[in-house]
Design a protein around this ligand. Structure first.
Ligand code: UD1
Ligand code: CA
Length: 459
């Protein structure tokens, strides 16, 4: 049977009221970043992609910050504080008001499983649409220690047994509860209200909902998801594992979508990194947030890129640093040990070596020589440097902003440019060179005489 899931209303309850004790952190666990974005935002995005727009956040510490981190234009969320931490069923009931509004589906997810994708969430809701009352998202694992075990018979889920409460035989089961489940929205509160805390931990286990619903003659089933998606984060070591898995998954997707990576395991992406087809990324490149790269660009090794737009066929690095507001035009080049910040680099322009270009506009096909520095900061304010098209900035030029260099202008090497340079002019901003004929010979002879005199004194 196929049922149109999209016609059913859904509330997602995100449990994130944990103390995060094992993170040993001053902030809530779900605020810790994966791919430069708080963990909770990844969970919200998966929900949004699953077509869910109503979210109830069950929070404890740092509630304001977590609420802000969970903001997503595609969803509206309400906040519910769980002040005592009495178990996952108790946590869901903190969102009682939201659930009581009446939804077809209630989806319970954890704030600390940021690798979840929309597919299992959709599958769980489809289980409800097909007539189940509770659909648990399970996974198979080689090491089930600590997880609730799924007791399944003839595709019916009979119960979830928490590790601490499981018998030897039940502990041998490798099909586990991922912790995420979909519940018939009209029955959810009635079922959860009946869950008790008579178990090894003395907690109200949401997992007991399976036996409660079956006692009513209702149906519970499990749907399987990849283990990776249900990886939870309790410690910083697990956070690092999650980061590694996230990076591997995203790099793989990018390569499938047409991006070349020579050593993908050394490329680090952000949650929002956008890279078009036929871009090549060499080994050891790090992307901070806010980067877009158009087709055909080439990113050489050891570059660090953040908040930058790189147009088609541009070339970066090796060892380039692009900071927020760097905009590189088509076919432009930013070479080794060059830093670009808040600057427009025109099409075909080149800044190939050892430069700092900040708060600047550089015209098309302009060549910026090695060691050129925009002196953009006077200690109080930032000032703009404007360089026209087809200009040539000699090596080791200091451009003291605010300053403008015209189209086609030349700047002599080693200049300190403090006033504007008109179009097509040449500017010399340095002391004039003077040659003294034969003077080197005199100096050499004098130095030799001094050395000889010292030797004599010593012997
Ligand atoms: C839970 C499941 C277990 C499953 C495992 C998967 C229960 C009883 N057990 O166990 O079957 O295999 O997840 O990772 O559900 N939370 C609150 N308030 C509370 C208690 C928990 O907000 O009072 C939140 C936690 O912050 C966390 C989530 O709920 O995000 C899960 O709680 P946790 O105590 O970690 O459950 P597990 O023992 O891991
Ligand atoms: Ca857990």
């Amino acid at each position: 049977m196929t049922v149109d899931r999209t016609k059913r209303t859904c509330l997602a309850v995100i449990l994130a009221a944990g103390e995060s004790t094992r993170m040993k952190s001053a902030q809530s666990k779900v605020l810790h970043p994966v791919a430069n974005r708080p963990m909770i935002a990844h969970v919200v995005e998966a929900l949004a992609k699953a077509g869910i727009s109503d979210i109830a956040l069950v929070l404890g510490r740092d509630a304001d910050k977590v609420e802000a981190a969970a903001k997503n234009a595609a969803v509206q969320s309400s906040v519910h504080l769980q002040t005592e931490r009495l178990g996952t069923a108790h946590a869901v009931l903190a969102a009682r008001n939201a659930i009581a509004k009446g939804y077809d589906d209630v989806l319970v997810v954890f704030g600390d499983t940021p690798l979840i994708t929309e597919a299992p969430l959709i599958a769980a809701r489809e289980g409800l649409a097909a007539g189940a009352d509770v659909v648990v998202i399970g996974f198979r694992t080689a090491d089930p220690t600590g997880y609730g075990r799924l007791l399944v018979e003839n595709s019916e889920l009979l119960a979830i047994r928490e590790h601490k409460d499981a018998s030897e035989a039940e502990r041998a089961i490798t099909y586990c509860n991922g912790g995420l489940m979909a519940i018939d929205g009209r029955k959810a509160l009635g079922l959860i209200d009946r869950i008790g805390n008579n178990n090894a931990k003395g907690e109200y286990y949401l997992t007991d909902i399976v036996e409660v619903v079956r006692a009513d003659g209702g149906r519970a089933i499990a749907v399987e998801a990849p283990e990776e998606e249900l990886t939870g984060c309790n410690t910083r070591a697990e956070l690092a594992v999650i980061e590694r898995l996230w990076q591997r998954r995203r790099r793989h997707q990018m390569m499938i979508d047409g991006v070349s990576m020579i050593a993908p395991e050394t490329v680090f992406l952000s949650f929002d990194t956008q890279i078009a087809r036929d871009v090549t990324i060499e080994p050891n490149v790090v992307f901070g947030p806010g980067v877009t790269i158009e087709g055909g660009a080439l990113i050489h090794s050891f570059s660090h890129i953040e908040g930058a737009f790189i147009s088609a066929d541009a070339e970066i690095g090796p060892y380039a640093r692009l900071r927020p507001g760097a905009k590189l035009g088509e076919g432009s080049k930013v070479g080794n040990f060059t830093e670009v910040k808040k600057a427009d680099v025109g099409p075909g322009a080149k800044i190939n070596h050892l430069s700092y270009i900040g708060d600047a506009f550089i015209g098309a096909h302009t060549n910026v020589g090695a060691g050129t520095i925009t002196c953009n900061y006077d200690g109080i304010n930032k000032h703009i440097t404007r360089i026209g098209a087809d200009a040539f900035i000699g090596s080791n030029t200091s451009l003291v902003a605010p300053v403008t260099v015209g189209n086609g202008a030349y700047i002599a090497s080693g200049s300190v440019i403090t006033t504007d340079v008109p179009d097509d002019a040449i500017a010399f901003g340095r002391a004039r060179q003077e040659n003294k004929e034969g003077r080197a010979v005199l100096i050499r002879e004098r130095n030799q005489a001094i050395k000889d005199a010292k030797k004599k004194v010593a012997t």
